[in-house]
Design a protein around this ligand. Structure first.
Ligand SMILES: [Ca+2]
Length: 494
């Protein structure tokens, strides 16, 4: 029997997390512990489990870059007009005055203040030349998105924009979603919404008019990339079946990659104009302003770490399972006894850790005769043992029977019935009244006795030995070795 000490360890782990950097309330359950100590037949050992860091606010760890670099307003100072009222031009931007400056970091500060703080671009002075701005968010680390990306625009939402992602630190880019008041006109794409997607089309890149159409900026300022709606295609409407999503993520690399990024790029292509015609006489009405960007995610550690540290401006996983690298993406030196592989989400709730094992262990022998599919590496003994042997088995390879169970001589080692609770045993003389134990399964009783252990006298007419069985009294029990003799004697006397 294994005694799990996971709870104690979790407490210890929490301490480690806090010391390292971050610890967030568990929201997704499971996978928060990489290993726990277990008592097995071989003594105190480690049991390894797939694990991952908690989801967190990832905007704390990014670098933001604007292109063109001088696109932020205020140098030289400018005066802006309200989009809905060209005669209301009291909005000043001056980079040299803190209260009037709108630098990029104001997209990531804590909101809730009044008035809101925001980044703002220069105005559309060079109309009709397009007012283009790229905002690049870089983590220098692969992260997995866990919630919607939400951009909050302080003036109108852009009439055209593209959200892009990179998986290779900004070398190559792919679109995530197109946004336009008119998708056909802007990108020659049919307008769609996330609700049009199915499990089969989840990876399709769509153009949506949901976040651009209609001039209602006062009420709706957000532009979203809907992560949770996409998750829900597998996990159900309230994400109640994450196991199903995890199962898909385990087996479908494209799906995993879809939610994985190292960088995001917001390409602003055309600001809100509020009307069909751009007012060329008052271009100070047209600009971009973003007050908040939300990116929730977690460090990608390939299910080999449950914490991630931010040190020297860089995120990296605190790798377990003898793995290493910023994403725990390879085996440590001297632990390359088998090919690296990511931990697996399945089976729920523990997943399979797929730990790296030492070089000198020889061929990996997670051989458990079909009584377990999980092995644990014991560093002290430099050996791999089966964990959680089923079918009443135990031992390094589940090759022994648990206490109280006996080897079924008629079954092979990989038979589910290899260990059975037993009836008898010749050494302990458990068969009574001279019975003989046959293959530990049954007692071969002398003719005058019956019962599992030959404990009952046989109640045949003319035999007086089972008197008590009829009267409800306990039968008279002669000493077992004399039983047959006395019975013979009794019958001779009658
Ligand atoms: Ca802000």
């Amino acid at each position: 029997m294994h005694l799990y000490l996971a709870l104690t360890l979790q407490v210890l782990w929490t301490g480690v997390c806090q010391a390292a950097m971050q610890h967030y309330p568990a929201t997704w359950g499971h996978y928060d512990v990489c290993k726990s100590q277990v008592y097995s037949d071989e003594g105190l050992t480690w049991d390894y489990m797939a694990c991952q860091p908690e989801a967190a606010d990832m905007t704390k760890y990014l670098k933001v870059m604007l292109d063109p670099p001088n696109i932020t307003c205020g140098n030289p100072p400018e005066t802006y007009c309200a989009l809905e009222n060209p005669y209301m031009c009291n909005n000043e931007c001056d980079a040299s005055t803190e209260e009037l400056a709108h630098p990029p970091e104001l997209m990531f500060d804590i909101e809730g203040r009044n008035p809101t703080t925001f980044w703002q671009s220069t105005s559309w002075k060079r109309y009709p030349k397009a007012l283009l701005v790229n905002i690049t968010l870089s983590w220098n680390k692969t992260i997995e998105l866990t919630d919607d990306i939400v951009l909050t625009f302080e003036s109108g939402r852009p009439e055209q924009m593209v959200l892009e992602k990179s998986l290779d630190y900004g070398r190559t880019w792919q679109p995530y979603q197109f946004y336009a008041t008119d998708c056909l006109d802007a990108f020659t794409m049919e307008p769609k919404t996330v609700q049009d997607l199915t499990q089969h089309t989840l990876l399709d890149i769509i153009c949506t008019e949901d976040y651009s159409r209609g001039y209602v900026w006062k009420y709706d300022k957000t532009v979203r990339f809907e992560i949770k709606d996409r998750f829900a295609l597998f996990a159900g409407p309230r994400l109640h079946n994450m196991a199903s999503l995890y199962g898909q993520l385990d087996t479908t690399k494209n799906l995993r990659d879809f939610f994985t990024i190292t960088d995001l790029r917001i390409r602003l292509l055309r600001p809100a104009t509020g009307a069909t015609m751009v007012d060329e006489n008052n271009l100070s009405r047209y600009f971009y302003a973003i007050s908040d960007i939300k990116v929730q995610g977690r460090c990608k550690c390939n299910l080999h770490a449950n914490s991630c540290v931010f040190d020297k401006e860089k995120l990296s996983c605190e790798c377990e399972h003898n793995t290493t690298g910023p994403d725990c993406g390879r085996c440590k030196r001297n632990y390359q006894g088998r090919a690296w592989s990511a931990g697996s989400y399945l089976p729920i709730p523990k997943g399979t850790a797929n730990i790296c094992i030492p070089n000198n262990i020889g061929p990996v022998n997670c051989e458990c005769f079909g009584h377990s599919n999980r092995c644990s590496y014991i560093e002290l003994l430099n050996t791999v043992i089966c964990v959680s042997c089923k079918h009443n088995t135990r031992g390094q390879h589940c090759q022994l029977c648990k206490l109280g169970f006996f080897r079924n001589a008629s079954a092979e080692l990989d038979d589910e019935n290899v260990c059975i609770a037993r009836v008898c045993d010749n050494e302990l003389m458990r068969c009574q009244n001279g019975g003989v134990c046959i293959s530990n399964v049954r007692c071969n009783c002398p003719s005058a006795y019956t019962g599992l252990l030959c404990e009952k006298p046989r109640c045949e007419s003319g035999l007086g030995g089972c008197r008590g069985a009829d009267s409800g009294q306990p039968p008279l029990r002669p000493p077992s070795s004399f039983g047959p003799l006395l019975l013979l004697l009794g019958s001779a006397l009658l």
